[in-house]
Design a protein around this ligand. Sequence first.
Ligand SMILES: [Fe+2]
Ligand SMILES: [Fe+2]
Length: 188
Amino acid sequence: MDVCLLRLMDQLRSSRPPGTLGDRIIKVNHAGEHGAICIYSGQMLMARITARSMVNELTAFRSHEKRHRSIFGAELQRRGCRRCRSYWLCGLGGFVLGLVTGSLGPRAIAATTVAVESVVLRHLKQQLAALHEVDPAAVAAISAIMAEEQQHHDSSATAAQASKFWRSVLMPVVSASTEGVIWLGMRL
Ligand SMILES: [Fe+2]
Ligand SMILES: [Fe+2]
């Protein structure tokens, strides 16, 4: 093989973050679930004033996210991988997003959930396609959370649909920041 090509392959190998694709995906998903927990925590705090009727639903959603985080946490541990370096950033960013959107009332809260879950679901589907037949344990962990993510999306979609304003304001911001966190997490 050409020496230059060998050198290029070497460089690519050394500039790639450590671990398999499955390891990196599980890491970023684990950090993302932590971010989701913190979004709901921020929203629950504000919803006590701005959207009392949503507190129970937010509490249920947060309990699902805690379960998701422990699924990915257990898988990380089994692989001997450390948590993603973006973990605390996801938590902080999520909490601030939760506080801000929570203070804006029920429709803004629902629009945030729809925006976050739309990006998350798209990524989970891409991850499943990429890991199919390569990493069955990662596929099992991802498959175990999909139904609840879909449920969060669907049960918030009707309320968010009613508010074109919040959808148009929040969708681009939330989608861009969620995409950004996933992009960063895959490279740390
Ligand atoms: Fe989740
Ligand atoms: Fe979720």
